[in-house]
Design a protein around this ligand. Sequence first.
Ligand code: CA
Length: 372
Amino acid sequence: MRITRVEAFHVSWGEGRSRSAWVRIWSDAGTYGLGEASPMVHGNASLEIVASAFTPMLLGADPLETRVLQDRLFHQHIKLGPEGAYTGALAAVDLALWDLKGKALGQPVWKLLGGGWRREIPFYASIGGNGERTVDEVCRVVEQRLALGPSQVKIRFDADKTARDVDLAGDIAKARAVRNLVGDGFPLAFDSNNGYSVQGAIRVGRALEELGYVWFEEPVQHYHVESFAKVADALDIAVSAGEQEYTLQGIKRLIEAGVDIVQPDIVKTGGFTGLGDMAALARAYGVDLVPHQTQPSIGHTANLHFVASLTHSHYPAEYNGPYGVQDVVFRTPVRPVKGKFVLSDAPGLGLEVDESELQKRTIPWTSSAATG
Ligand code: CA
């Protein structure tokens, strides 16, 4: 089998909404696979890398050779990064190749990854924007999301990364109010989104321990690995991080600093191939890997396939939804039923496309390499 065409494009979700950065890879068997890159700045940089740097290398290659292709692509232009937009581009290609592989073999991706430890995957409601809300507003939003039946809730603060320790007492008050709302025993996680100094993080972390939170996510700037080490050393609560790491070596540094849970993201870290390596690394260290994932369509579905196959994982999958308009291009989006996502036996990622809806929303990426 050979790759005959690589399409890089945006999918528009409508005025004022974000765009998704997608890749469609066609084979000479007439089948295709779909992938998605991290959507930072609409994923523009990743689409350009796919269009101008990766496509010439992919055309004519065997799409089933996912690991060989990823390594070739990774090293060919490694001086571009190799993080962020570059591994996002690798991810889009890898997801599309696995989707294509599944369709070619008539098997779901979760099975090709080694099989499903779980076919019904509980999720945690990932709730952003709480830094701006009052305590009451935070509780109201959490209440709304509890109606979906999550097995855990994570409150995110989406902090301004140029400021630190803006409202430690307020953040603790919100954590306490949410604990009171859900009652003792319901799993909760807290995500500062890099908002604290080491001292601020330790203060909030001690409060979270007392409130019985499961994990404390990205307490300090992601690039201050030594600060993670200090926070993790001072606290008993599990400290988590890794959604802003893109390589196997980056995850290794975090684990060696003492982070208890690593959270790489399938649309940022080279897809199934990149994330699979990280899972093996985490397992070797005895550290939990709980993937970050907030993209509404392909990324979310791919993550569920990955989580299903993740060895010995008992954690719920992240769910930033409900996504509403954003999965209208699929006839078969994976939606939660009674608090769980259920993976089918449909080939590939199991996402059946409504072509006319997709065409309406597609904005082709015109590479500068193509236009000169
Ligand atoms: Ca996070």
